[in-house]
Design a protein around this ligand. Structure first.
Ligand code: NDP
Length: 334
């Protein structure tokens, strides 16, 4: 079958796990959407720390792998059985499986949402994976009895993509978010964006500071995406029956531990969360996205795009994220 020019897309792919040098810009053929699928022409692409895990091999995936988990664009074709999207719709998504680092792709429609007119393509591309993550963490990953206004929570990497959204969302909920970050500049940014308190965990003992800030009581939830470097000490920041919500491994995976250590710390709970458990159905995805869209359109949450990279500079983008040089969200422009 002959392929028309409109079905060729530039895409970023890896043929094996490794460093940023494995990211290759290639041409791929894009076909028609099958049942339950859509074809979307991207306007902007979101960058996420999970992309690093998938590239490096911390998360092992079949090769070759077209990378990327998040983007926005215009719906170009709709497969059988898809009723919530039409050709010409502006849309955005966080996707499993990966594949968003491209101009054009066919993908499952159930994870794709119509983008409100008030939200730009760049913002849409930057906010879906990170914003839906902040949503499920603060609204669905809760300690016994839930969270009430005034409660303390600890949020690591608070000046990052998910972190700055969480700072603002927590402020809107009346929560006292204690944010950690790796430099004084990042701490100042997290505070400006809604953290009630900030701790530079490169220079300060965050356990001691949390105890000080909370008058010795500890926090109700720790949201920990840093992993190896913070997990053990994060457990010591919790109040009795508090919840440790582990959701990432920016510093490396968490070491195995015995549940026996949780009793003496106050019968605390530990969970490992992933967005993709929360967005398995179209209904859940849309409900979570609607809440996120409301927060953004109302101005309660600003999606800061602090880094824009050309698609050809994707390796530089990965290096910047890995070297902790970024704040807020990063996107690839097309
Ligand atoms: P970020 O923009 O937050 O970047 C990661 C940040 O982690 C860095 O900027 C850095 O901030 C901090 N960090 C701490 N230690 C290290 C280290 N050794 N190497 C690199 N970074 C380090 O990324 P995202 O907003 O994309 O994601 C935030 C986290 O949430 C990631 O760990 C990601 O994997 C996780 N995540 C999990 C999801 C889930 O559902 N489970 C979904 C989405 C994201 P600083 O310099 O301030 O320490």
């Amino acid at each position: 079958m002959s392929v028309s020019a409109s079905t060729i897309s530039k895409a970023v792919r890896i043929d094996k796990h490794g460093g940023p040098e494995e990211l290759k810009l290639v041409d791929v053929e894009v076909g028609e959407p099958g049942p339950g699928e859509i074809r979307i022409r991207h306007k902007a692409i979101g960058l996420n720390f999970i992309d690093i895990y998938q590239r490096s091999g911390l998360y092992q995936l079949p090769m070759p792998l077209q990378m990327g988990m998040e983007a926005s664009g215009v719906i170009e074709a709709v497969g059988e059985g898809v009723s919530h999207l039409q050709v010409g719709d502006r849309a955005a998504y966080a996707s499993q499986p990966p594949g968003s680092y491209c101009e054009l792709r066919v993908m499952p429609a159930k994870c794709v949402c119509k983008l409100p007119d008030a939200i730009s393509f760049e913002t849409g591309a930057a906010m879906m994976l990170k914003g839906l993550t902040a949503q499920y963490l603060l609204r669905r990953t809760l300690p016994q009895g839930g969270l009430q206004a005034g409660d303390f929570i600890l949020f690591h990497a608070a000046a990052g993509g998910v972190g700055l959204i969480a700072c603002q969302w927590a402020r809107a909920l009346g929560l006292q978010l204690i944010g950690t970050a790796g430099s004084d500049e990042k701490c100042a940014l997290a505070k400006q964006m809604g953290a009630a308190h900030v701790i530079n965990y490169s220079t300060e003992d965050f356990v001691a500071r949390v105890k000080e800030i909370t008058g010795g009581k500890g926090v109700k939830v720790v949201y920990d995406s840093v992993g190896k470097d913070t997990f053990d000490r994060s457990l010591d920041c919790l109040s009795p029956f508090g919840l440790m919500a582990s959701f990432g491994n920016a510093s490396g995976p968490v070491a195995p531990f015995s549940p026996g250590i949780l009793g003496p710390k106050g019968s605390i709970y530990v969970t490992r969360q992933t967005l993709f458990s929360h967005i398995t159905t179209r209904e859940n995805t849309q409900a979570m996205a609607d809440e996120l869209f409301d927060m953004v359109v109302s101005g309660k949450v600003e999606i800061r795009i602090d880094q824009r990279f050309a698609s050809a500079d994707v390796a530089l983008a990965h290096r910047s994220m890995e070297e902790r040089k970024t704040t807020g969200c990063s996107i690839l422009t097309l």
